[in-house]
Design a protein around this ligand. Structure first.
Ligand SMILES: [Zn+2]
Length: 110
């Protein structure tokens, strides 16, 4: 049985504004989203929502994260216990192997 071909109709990347805040040195993440049929991309801070009733059977949603060039692991999450549940509140600026994720972000998006 052959693999069903799938076409990308929505693509989004988290991109950092490295000149955010009153002092223009804060990093603020935003989605840059492209939807099939759009003339260009949309940059926003709204959460992405996928409604099951709006997608056909067989649709897939996949999230890929960058991995450390030193050890191959994804960036560590920073979690806090809030309102009875653990929530992701940020990501580590440095990998356990020493790789500098903050510098990587500046290299990619500033
Ligand atoms: Zn690493």
């Amino acid at each position: 049985m052959s693999e069903t071909e799938r076409r990308t109709i929505i693509k989004s990347e988290v991109k950092s504004d490295c000149y955010s805040g009153e002092t223009f040195d804060q990093i603020e993440n935003r989605f840059e989203t492209y939807c099939e049929g759009d003339m260009g991309t949309d940059t926003h801070r709204c959460d992405l929502v996928f409604r099951v009733d709006e997608l056909p059977p067989g649709a897939t949603v996949e999230v890929k994260v960058p991995c450390c060039s030193g050890c191959g692991l994804p960036r560590d999450e920073i979690r806090e216990f809030q309102d009875g549940a653990w929530k992701i509140v940020g990501h580590a600026t440095r990998c356990s192997c020493g790789f500098d994720w903050h510098e990587w972000t500046l290299d990619q998006y500033s």
